[in-house]
Design a protein around this ligand. Sequence first.
Ligand SMILES: [Zn+2]
Length: 81
Amino acid sequence: MKCRSLLRFLSDYVDGDLPTATARRIGDHNRVCPTCRRVIQTLKTAVLCLKNTPRLHAAARARRALRRKIAALRRPGPPRT
Ligand SMILES: [Zn+2]
């Protein structure tokens, strides 16, 4: 596997969502390629940071206002500028 072809599998690899054979090929490449190893480690760290970040909850009034605006955008009408 070449570095460039690894990129399209990167997210699924880090999430553990790849078929075993593909994950094994990436793992094999990861062991011999310091550049990809660094990229994968960086992505894993970023994912871990995001998982450990507390979710922010918008106030109920703000959520309702946002839903109204989204609904208005979805309504058919004249093109917006
Ligand atoms: Zn590589």
